[in-house]
Design a protein around this ligand. Structure first.
Ligand code: AMP
Ligand code: ZN
Ligand code: FE
Ligand code: FE
Length: 292
């Protein structure tokens, strides 16, 4: 394709299948209007968003990678405490083991949500499961839906406040999520024909900077193929560092906004906070290397 350097991509988008507020159809339309070159729908613990996008079909000339985002347990809990998320791209959506694993994760979410609600209710925050379902619709329920219900009912002023005071890790209504082992998540993605990528390294809380490199090395031995170098919260220094890590360990580089619609109101598809840009060239490199 004769794309110049102005064409961007967005390989990290949540839809209504999880905790995004736009449907796959709406996402495809926006991507087309923005003239994005390629996107991926990467919902938490479900591939229904990607399935729906493929069913609808790509508006030309937009390219699409199937995707998913899986929260995994840390290989060494004392060193890396939070938010180790593995993105799986170009996965076969009909893979039985992938589908089964996602069903287990979805079931675990169903057990977790009433526990979070019970904690909130005990704290005097009167939210019901129906309130949350109004936010989540048919999609997988996530904490952002609970946070939105809390805003709607006037218990907090913003989603951020709900996380800071109640739902975030270590806060009074926090309930940990069942996570699959990182090696298992990586293997499932590889076995389904996809490539596993470490999401938003900036969000992984480590004791110090050097530890991230150890994590990358550990995950690489498990089969990791890429690192999400471009992310709205990554500073130019972060991007330079993650690029260096990707080159040092022969990992593919990806990037995306982590768009969630109105649940993350500052982040727009393809544009992040406004000046975010991931070049199409990166998508071409991914496809080229992955086909080999
Ligand atoms: P869950 O999968 O239910 O644990 O929810 C995870 C989602 O919550 C992620 O997609 C994040 O976007 C969102 N999230 C996590 N921490 C925060 C926070 N401190 N403020 C706002 N959103 C958050
Ligand atoms: Zn989310
Ligand atoms: Fe994530
Ligand atoms: Fe995400």
């Amino acid at each position: 394709m004769d794309y110049n350097n102005n064409v961007g991509i967005d390989l990290h988008i949540h839809s209504t299948a999880s905790d995004g507020t736009l449907t796959p159809f709406e996402i495809l339309n926006i991507a087309q209007k923005l003239n994005l070159g390629a996107i991926s729908i990467t919902d938490h613990d479900t591939i229904d968003g990607s399935k729906e996008a493929l069913r609808i079909g790509m508006p030309s000339p937009l390219r699409f990678l199937t995707g998913v985002e899986i929260s995994v347990s840390s290989p060494q809990p004392l060193l890396y405490s939070e938010s180790i998320h593995i993105l799986g791209y170009s996965i076969n959506l009909d893979d039985p083991i992938l589908n089964h694993t996602l069903e287990v994760l979805q079931e675990a979410r169903k057990n977790r949500n009433p526990q979070i609600l019970e904690r909130l209710n005990n704290l005097g925050i009167d939210i019901t499961f129906n309130d949350i379902l109004k936010e989540a619709g048919d999609g997988q329920v996530g904490r952002p839906h609970i946070a939105q219900s809390m805003v709607n009912k006037g218990f907090v002023k913003s989603i951020d406040e709900a996380f800071i005071n109640y739902l975030g890790k270590g806060k009074p209504a926090y309930v940990d999520k069942f996570r699959v082992d990182c090696s298992k998540a990586i293997k499932i993605i590889l076995d389904s024909g996809g490539f596993p990528v470490l999401a938003h390294p900036i969000l992984i809380k480590t004791k110090n900077d050097n530890i991230l490199e150890d994590l990358v090395v550990t995950l690489k031995t498990m089969g990791l193929k890429g690192i999400e170098v471009y992310y709205p919260q990554h500073s130019p220094d972060n991007i330079a560092y993650y690029t260096k890590l990707a080159k040092r360990y022969g990992l593919l580089m990806t990037g995306g906004t982590d768009f969630h619609g109105s649940l993350k109101p500052d982040i727009k598809i393809g544009l992040g906070n406004g000046d975010f840009f991931v070049p199409y060239e990166l998508y071409e490199k991914l496809v080229k290397r992955w086909k080999k």
